[in-house]
Design a protein around this ligand. Structure first.
Ligand code: ADP
Ligand code: MG
Length: 264
């Protein structure tokens, strides 16, 4: 039987040992339900903690961290060495074989330096990239062999450098490349909220653009919803759900209304 690809992005803000363990327990049930999961994880708060522990000073541009060489090497160490391996470890405990890679492995993610922000304004954030190409060969090889790929959002640069990619955008690029049935974004809030803080259960591209215009969608929810709607030509549906409640993943896939569903 052909398994259905499902791409899951787990945000760094909801991820800790407790939620990570619970997530892996839920994730472990997906293969027997006929799904081939591919996971992309964030790690912002974990990177911040390591930068602080190493007393590396950060510079900010428009409130966004400038990724210099030192910061990039810490990001790579934390994402690939710590966060990815933690998930592999928890899955191993559930008797699930997972493989932690970054987008650099197998040239899965190839990027160019990011030169403008979400609004198209020029910006220099150092080693932060935009995905230009996804090569899904390694991911397909792993999933066909029954392994769950766990991907850190780093990419090989067309210029030979390493680039850090916003995990929402990295996950979206991968979801498109494997034509995922579901693209699930697990975050630190129950779903997309309207201007009265009520959860929006169903929405579409048009409404999301209006919510961004009206400043109802802000901060980290902007790249999340923009990357979500960018996938809709290739992906069945996008779901934004609360990653602090791992059972939401299984409830969603059993057909319950959980969090926010985005369709074209
Ligand atoms: P992640 O680590 O999962 O990427 P982020 O912190 O980057 O999480 O993005 C999720 C956050 O976006 C929420 O916790 C919330 O503070 C913020 N946010 C801004 N606008 C909205 C909105 N309209 N609905 C829900 N969350 C929003
Ligand atoms: Mg985020």
């Amino acid at each position: 039987m052909n398994k259905k690809n499902i791409v899951i992005k787990f945000g760094g803000n909801a991820l800790n040992e407790t939620t990570g363990r619970a997530f892996c327990k839920a994730l472990a049930k997906l293969p027997e339900l006929g799904f081939a999961p591919i996971v992309i994880h964030g790690g912002g708060p974990q990177i911040n903690a390591m930068l602080e522990a190493l007393a590396i000073e950060s510079h900010f541009v428009n409130g966004l961290r400038y990724t210099d060489e030192k910061t990039l090497s810490v990001a790579e160490m934390v994402l690939s060495g710590q966060v990815g391996k933690m998930l592999v470890q928890f899955l191993a405990g559930e008797n699930i074989l997972a493989v932690s890679i970054s987008g650099k492995d197998g040239k899965t993610l190839v990027a160019d330096k990011m030169t403008c922000d979400d609004n198209g304004k020029p910006i220099d954030l150092g080693f932060v990239g935009n995905v230009s190409v996804v090569n899904p060969t390694l991911l397909n090889t792993l999933t066909n062999a029954g392994f769950i790929p766990i991907i850190a959002p780093l990419a090989y640069g067309n210029d030979g450098m390493t680039y850090n990619i916003n995990a929402d955008y990295a996950a979206a690029a991968i979801a498109k490349a494997v034509s995922a049935e579901h693209f699930i974004m697990m975050t630190n809030i129950s779903g997309l909220l309207d201007n009265e803080k009520n959860i929006i259960h169903q929405t579409n591209s048009q409404e999301i653009r209006e919510l961004i215009q009206d400043n109802v969608i802000q901060g980290g929810m902007i790249p999340k919803t923009l990357s979500a709607i960018d996938t809709l030509s290739h992906v069945g549906e996008v779901n934004i759900i609360d990653g602090r409640e791992a059972d939401n993943l299984l409830k969603l896939l059993s057909g319950k209304i959980i969090g926010t569903t985005i369709r074209a």
